[in-house]
Design a protein around this ligand. Structure first.
Ligand SMILES: Nc1ncnc2c1ncn2[C@@H]1O[C@H](COP(=O)(O)OP(=O)(O)OP(=O)(O)O)[C@@H](O)[C@H]1O
Ligand SMILES: [Mg+2]
Length: 321
């Protein structure tokens, strides 16, 4: 892959030009002259690998005093690593979670084309890229360094913007605080004993589980009302904390009106949630729940979408991802 190659000189790509590397210091300069990186005094001791990208990813949050320390690593996922951070004085919470995406060249790229269909690109300030902005559209199409970075930023901005909309609508998601080009800062779900467990790790009796199912379905309803589906919903992406369910991990959110696979993807979300709750002894009928939600979704005429939609797959691959 050529993602990490230097940018071309294509004039059209200029707005997303990555700054050229700073000239090396003259050999004579001693190491003591170099500025310590912003996490040099953090409680969490970074590995050498993290040192190459973590300070840059969290630097903007430190500069704005949104966080004052990185305390511990919570968990490394496939695409991102989550850290527990100390919030700045202005924020009224005990901890924050920073989800830091691996540099794009080191990411285990999810096959995301199916999720991106029909949804726009978002810029680093969360605004949709206009169709008339040919420069970025072309850079993305040509997969230049700028285009790939813009796509990467768009991927995580979809997570941030969805969290904002969901949280504002009262859905059970972590409160989002800020986003940088490579990280999302949000409410930490957990307590002094550690981060919350994923629902997939927890066995519940039906009485305890039932209200959680209601919360998650309310979350799916709110998302559908916003014209979106999670796209990777399962008990792995729901945290269980203090008797409540909190839905996480939104970068692949799917546009219900513009994505020809929307019905299949939403069905799979509902199916996976129901599979977990059925295993806890809660009665739920997947087709009935799905049909109720789908009936509320406003969709254009399939012919207008120009997609060659096949029949809806109602028994999607049960393997996770
Ligand atoms: N707000 C949060 N508070 C506490 N822990 C969190 C929070 N967000 C994420 N985590 C933890 O970090 C893990 C990874 O987060 P997330 O699922 O968003 O990233 P991911 O890279 O897509 O992971 P995966 O590929 O495993 O799904 C979660 O499973 C959870 O354990
Ligand atoms: Mg996840």
């Amino acid at each position: 892959m050529q993602h990490h190659l230097l940018a071309t000189d294509d004039e059209d790509d200029r707005p997303f030009r990555i700054r050229p590397p700073k000239p090396r210091k003259p050999q004579a300069a001693s190491l003591a002259d170099e500025e310590p990186h912003p996490l040099a005094n953090a409680t969490y001791r970074m590995t050498r690998f993290e040192t190459s990208w973590l300070p840059e990813s969290l630097g903007p949050f430190l500069e704005q005093s949104l966080i004052t320390d990185v305390e511990a690593l919570v968990r490394g996922g496939k695409e991102a690593t989550v850290y527990r951070c100390t919030p700045g004085e202005t924020l009224d919470c005990r901890w924050l979670a920073a989800k830091v995406y691996r540099p794009r060249a080191l990411r285990n790229l999810r096959n995301d084309a199916m999720y991106r269909e029909g949804r726009g690109f978002l810029t680093a300030d969360g605004r949709p890229v206009k169709r008339s902005d040919h420069r970025i559209i072309r850079a993305i199409g040509k997969k230049t360094t700028y285009g790939v970075q813009a796509q990467h930023t768009s991927w995580l901005m979809h997570e941030f913007v969805s969290l904002q909309k969901m949280h504002a609508a009262g859905a059970p998601v972590p409160k989002p605080y800020a986003a940088s080009e490579n990280a999302v800062l949000m409410e930490y779900v957990g307590d002094e004993n550690g981060a919350a467990a994923a629902l997939s790790q927890v066995a519940l009796d039906p009485e305890t589980a039932r209200p959680l199912l209601r919360d998650i379905l309310r979350g799916i309803d709110i998302l559908a009302g916003l014209g979106l589906a999670h796209g990777d919903l399962s008990a792995y992406n729901v945290l269980y904390s203090d008797g409540r369910a909190v839905i996480i991990d939104f970068p692949q959110v799917v546009e219900l009106s513009g994505n020809p696979h929307a019905e299949e993807i939403l069905y799979r979300d509902v199916l996976r949630v129901c599979e977990y709750f059925q295993a806890q002894g809660v009665k739920c009928v997947v087709d009935r729940i799905f049909d109720r939600i789908w009936a509320t979704v406003e969709r254009p005429d399939p012919a207008e979408m120009g997609a060659n939609e096949g029949p809806v797959v109602r028994q999607p691959d049960r393997a996770r991802k």
